[in-house]
Design a protein around this ligand. Structure first.
Ligand code: NAD
Length: 248
């Protein structure tokens, strides 16, 4: 059953001249980073990320932000990519995909060797000053928090530093506008490990001519998709890449 879907997906990938990938937190659960919405293990069961990672908490209760939300971000630092990330890097190298649009902020696509990555929810490599927009390395924030300087301060103007991740209440970076245009013109979008419930990223699948979804849970786009593969992302992508290597 699953194997027929994998074969059908490979056929679609082989015939498409313009394929994009859209990843979410589900591709990184196999690396040990919890997603938001998986039953029992999702972060939502333990804390409310909408609160812990929001600009209003950062500005009104920075200690809470830096002790709860910020820790979620720094916990991702030493995590390694899994076979799903590696399969996607191989697919790019072999010329099957034109790039990855990711909602993730864990740097795992970069670590796996992918080159063209649109980070629509920001990254955990850098930060900025909320007053003068001075750009700094995330390590600057980490070091200050370690020394109990909470909130960490900008060395240029003394303003509050924040990570460059998109938090609840923030605008999306320009990578999102690029992703929007690319999806509008692509032939095939493959969604991997996303519940597709976070707007405005959740508007992207309906713009794609063809859609494949690889996700353990259901999504609002399963009916619209050409192929739905309900399997672990690492296993499914590994099989796909091996089939593509065989030329099938
Ligand atoms: P989500 O938590 O809403 O959904 C994750 C989906 O992945 C679920 O439907 C789940 O069934 C599925 N899933 C879990 N493990 C899987 C696996 N091994 N194989 C296949 N599917 C699997 O995640 P989302 O849609 O990305 O939205 C959550 C938001 O949280 C995003 O904005 C993202 O930026 C952020 N987030 C990022 C990380 C990260 O960077 N790794 C982690 C947690 C949350």
């Amino acid at each position: 059953m699953i194997d027929n879907e994998i074969k059908a997906a490979c056929k679609m990938i082989n015939t498409s001249k313009d394929t994009l990938i859209l990843t979410g937190a589900g591709i990184s659960t196999e690396s040990g980073i919890p997603d938001f919405r998986s039953p029992n293990t999702g972060l939502w069961e333990k804390i409310d990320p909408m609160e812990a990672l929001s600009t209003s908490v950062l500005l009104n209760n920075p200690r809470k932000f830096y002790e709860e939300g910020f820790k979620l971000l720094t916990d991702m630092k030493d995590v390694k990519p899994n076979k799903g990330h590696i399969a996607l890097a191989e697919m790019e190298e072999m010329g099957f995909i034109k790039g990855i649009i990711t909602q993730n902020i864990d740097n795992l696509h970069q670590k796996a060797g992918s080159k063209i990555i649109y980070e629509v929810h920001g990254d955990t490599r850098s930060g900025r000053c909320t007053s003068c927009n001075n750009q700094v390395e995330l390590n600057n924030l980490v070091e200050q928090v370690k020394r109990e300087v909470i909130p960490p301060k900008c060395n240029r103007c003394g303003g509050i530093l924040r990570p460059n991740v998109v938090m609840f209440g923030d605008q999306l970076p320009k990578d999102f506008n690029i992703a929007w245009d690319l999806v509008q013109n692509c032939e095939l979008l493959i969604v991997v490990g996303s519940s597709l419930s976070v707007a405005p990223v959740s508007y992207l699948p309906q713009m794609a001519s063809r859609l494949i979804i690889i996700n353990l849970g259901s999504t609002p786009f399963d009916r619209q998709a050409d192929i739905v593969i309900k399997e672990r992302a690492g296993d499914a992508l590994d099989k796909i890449v091996n089939e593509l290597k065989k030329g099938t």
